[in-house]
Design a protein around this ligand. Structure first.
Ligand code: UGA
Length: 435
C-alpha cells in the first residue's frame, strides 16, 4: 500500500520504517529539517533499539523516504498522523496544536477515497471533531482513530507485532471499508492472529488513555504500598512478588521505585483528568490526581533519603546513575532521574550524573549539570551513589569495585533493582524504596 506518516518522532519514525519494512511504500513527513535530514540518511534521530537496522533495510529497499514537503503525501492512499500531543504550557490539558496543524496541511493533499489514520493520543471527542473537518474539506475521505500502544525501548517489536489493534471508525459502509484497508496495512499482524477491536471513535480514544491510566495507577498503587512499607519495616518487593502471583493482579508494572515518567504516562493522566473535568465528570477520574501525587512524592523521597543519610544536602557529593526515564531509551521527558538530579543540585548537592544514552539530551536541557561518560567516572569520591535508571550496566555494577572509588559506601536504589545483600556484604549501606 502507499502510506504517508505525518510526524517522525518516537512514534512516527518507527511506524514509517516498520511499515516500509513490511512491504509498503512509505513517505515520512515532518517539519523538523534536522530530523528529516538524519532519517533520510537512515540515521535514527533518537536512541531506539532495532530502529537503525529497520531504517537501513527499509531505505535500501527503496520503499521509504522522508521529506519536509507535505506535497509528497499526495501519492499515498493511507495517511497516518503521529504528531505529539504534549501537556499544555498553562495547564493539564493536551496541547493539540500539532494535531490541528498536521490535519490542516494534510487535508490539502488528501483525495476522496483516502483513509486518514489518527495515531496521536488525543482527548476523547477529538476524532469526531476532526471527522467533521475531513467531511467538510475532502468529502469521500475517511478518518479512523487507531491508537498506538508501543513502549519506547521495544518500539519496533511493538509496531510489527502489537498485542492488539484498535480501529475507531465511523458508522456505515465508510467505516467498514476503512477497517478493511487498515487490515491490509497490518496484514502481517492480522494474519498472525493479533486481536482487532473495531469500534467507534470515542471508545478508541478512551482505550488509549484508559490503558495508560491503568498502568500509571498500578505503578502508583505499589508505590503507595512502598510508603506504608517504609513506616512498618515491610519489604514492598516481596509484597509485589506475593500479590503478583494472583493472576488477577499479575506481577508486571508492580515495580516500586521512583515512579513513572516519560512523554506519555504523566501527561496522559493529566490530560485525561482535564478532559473529564471539561465533560463534567471530573470526579470519575479524580483518583488520577492522587496517582500523580504519589508518583511525584517518590522523587522527593529520594532527595529526602540523601538528606537523611548526610544530615544536609549542601556540598554533598552525589553520583546519579541514570537520566533517561527508563532504560533502553534516551528520552528525558518528565524523567524522574533528571528531576531528582536537578532537585539535588538546586539544593546545594554536588551532582555528577551519567547515562549510557541520555547524556546528549540532558546536556541540551540542563547544561549546568555535570555529566560524565561512565558510572566509574560518576562515582569517584561520591558521598552517596543513587541508581535511578536501571540500565543493565548499572545493575551489574560490582559493589567491591565501586566501593574502591567512592568516599562513602552509601547506595540509594531508586528502582529496587539491586540485591541488597550483595551490596551490604560488600560493606555498603543500602537504602531501597519501600524495602
Ligand atoms: C507507555 C505505555 O507502556 C505504552 O503502552 C504506551 O504506548 C506509551 O506509554 C505511550 O502512550 O506512547 P512508555 O512511556 O514507553 O510506554 O514506558 P513504560 O514502559 O510504560 O514505562 C513508563 C514509566 O513507568 C517509566 O518511567 C518506568 O520506569 C516506570 N515504571 C514501569 C515503574 O516505575 N514501575 C513499573 O513497574 C513499570
Amino acid at each position: 500500500m502507499r502510506i504517508s506518516v505525518i510526524g517522525c518522532g518516537y512514534l512516527g519514525a518507527v511506524h514509517a520504517a516498520a511499515m516500509a519494512d513490511l512491504g509498503h511504500t512509505v513517505v515520512g513527513v515532518d517539519v523538523d529539517e534536522v530530523k528529516i535530514a538524519a532519517l533520510s540518511q537512515a540515521r535514527a534521530p533518537f536512541f531506539e533499539p532495532g530502529l537503525p537496522e529497520v531504517l537501513a533495510s527499509a531505505m535500501a529497499s527503496g520503499r521509504l523516504r522522508f521529506t519536509t514537503d507535505f506535497a509528497a503525501v499526495a501519492d499515498a492512499d493511507v495517511h497516518f498522523v503521529a504528531v505529539g500531543t504534549p501537556q499544555s504550557s498553562d495547564g493539564d490539558a493536551a496541547d493539540l496544536r500539532f494535531v490541528d496543524a498536521a490535519f490542516e496541511s494534510l487535508l490539502e493533499q488528501v483525495s476522496p477515497g483516502d483513509v486518514i489514520v489518527g495515531k496521536s493520543t488525543v482527548p476523547v471527542g477529538t476524532a469526531s471533531r476532526l471527522a467533521g473537518l475531513v467531511a467538510q474539506r475532502v468529502p469521500g475521505a475517511t478518518l479512523v482513530w487507531n491508537p498506538e500502544f508501543l513502549r519506547e525501548g521495544f518500539a519496533v517489536q511493538d509496531t510489527v507485532s502489537p498485542d492488539r489493534l484498535v480501529y475507531g471508525v465511523p458508522a456505515g459502509e465508510a467505516g467498514v471499508r476503512a477497517a478493511r484497508i487498515l487490515d491490509e496495512v497490518y496484514a502481517s499482524a492480522v494474519g498472525a492472529g493479533t486481536p482487532v477491536i473495531v469500534t467507534d471513535y470515542a471508545t478508541a480514544e478512551l482505550v488509549k488513555v484508559a490503558a495508560n491510566a491503568f498502568l500509571a495507577t498500578k505503578i502508583s498503587f505499589i508505590n503507595a504500598m512502598a510508603e506504608i512499607a517504609e513506616v512498618t519495616g515491610a519489604d514492598v518487593t516481596r509484597l509485589a512478588d506475593a500479590i503478583g502471583h494472583d493472576a488477577r493482579i499479575g506481577r508486571r508494572f508492580l515495580n516500586a521505585g521512583v515512579g513513572f515518567g516519560g512523554g506519555c504516562l504523566p501527561k496522559d493522566i493529566r490530560a485525561f483528568s482535564a478532559r473529564a473535568r471539561e465533560l463534567g465528570r471530573g470526579e470519575s477520574v479524580r483518583f488520577l490526581d492522587e496517582v500523580d501525587q504519589i508518583n511525584l512524592r517518590r522523587r522527593q523521597r529520594v532527595v529526602d533519603l540523601v538528606r537523611e543519610e548526610s544530615g544536609h544536602l549542601d556540598g554533598v557529593k552525589v553520583a546519579v546513575l541514570g537520566l533517561a526515564f527508563k532504560p533502553h531509551s534516551d528520552d528525558i521527558r518528565d524523567s524522574p532521574a533528571l528531576d531528582i538530579a536537578l532537585r539535588l543540585a538546586d539544593n546545594g548537592a554536588i551532582v555528577t550524573a551519567t547515562d549510557p544514552e541520555a547524556n546528549p539530551n540532558t546536556r541540551k536541557r540542563a547544561p549546568h549539570l555535570t555529566l560524565v561518560d561512565t558510572a566509574a567516572d560518576a562515582v569517584i569520591d561520591a558521598d552517596i551513589v543513587i541508581l535511578i535508571t536501571e540500565w543493565p550496566e548499572f545493575t551489574a555494577l560490582n559493589p567491591h569495585e565501586v566501593g574502591d572509588l567512592v568516599s562513602h559506601k552509601i547506595i540509594i536504589d531508586g528502582r529496587n533493582a539491586l540485591d541488597p545483600e550483595t551490596w551490604q556484604t560488600a560493606g555498603w549501606r543500602y537504602r531501597g524504596l519501600g524495602r
